[in-house]
Design a protein around this ligand. Structure first.
Ligand code: 5GP
Ligand code: MG
Length: 182
């Protein structure tokens, strides 16, 4: 992390576009190596992971037998605080059965969203279920599922940009910023 630069959004930058690009390239290479010779379905969680997924997928080796699917996972309740129950919409269930699944997530906070998705995908008889997440928040959460691939561990702050929103805004920012109230 290169420190508190800012830009036109007024929210300080936590991760620059070039830091993210370097890490995403490395994740793509690692995943390509690990899944070499296997059939893998990338399950992208909308909306937040759409930017990360589109960059990551372009760093997956062209020789890999990869498919892409999308689900929408959302928790009920307040925008800035995760609530208890998670709703999962969409997803082509026939694509999952018997296949290695790699969930592409934007951020793991309490872990409830990812736990629900992992359970759902096992329920659809995936051959294996692993997670790649751009961000994990550093905080003590008992039994939080571990992602096999993590872009960055970040402090327990609310972040926006690079796909992540606050009330649907800021998804287009190329960097990850800390949301500050202005
Ligand atoms: P969890 O279920 O792990 O508590 O939360 C995961 C979901 O909550 C993420 O996929 C994301 O949609 C949302 N979320 C958690 N922390 C943040 C954050 O700092 N910024 C944004 N924009 N969304 C977050
Ligand atoms: Mg998400």
């Amino acid at each position: 992390m290169e420190g508190a630069l800012s830009d036109g959004s007024g929210h300080p930058i936590l991760l620059t576009a070039s830091e993210i690009a370097r890490r995403v390239t490395a994740l793509g290479q690692e995943i390509s190596k690990d899944y070499s010779g296997k059939e893998v379905v990338f399950v992208v969680t909308l909306k937040g992971a759409f930017v990360f997924a589109s960059d990551l997928l372009r760093h997956i080796e062209s020789t890999l037998d990869a498919k892409v699917d999308f689900v929408q996972a959302s928790s009920y309740g307040n925008d800035l605080v995760s609530s208890g129950s998670v709703r999962v919409l969409g997803g082509d269930t026939s694509m999952i059965r018997g296949r290695h699944v790699l969930v592409v997530e934007d951020i793991i906070d309490t872990g409830r969203t990812i736990a629900t998705l992992i359970e759902r995908l096992h329920g659809l008889d995936a051959r294996s279920v692993e997670v790649v997440t751009l961000l994990v928040k550093d905080r003590e959460v008992p039994d939080r599922p571990a992602a096999r691939y993590v872009g960055f561990h970040i402090p327990d702050v609310f972040v926006i940009g690079y796909g992540l929103d606050a009330a649907q805004k800021y998804r287009h920012l190329p960097e990850v910023h800390v949301l500050t109230d202005k």
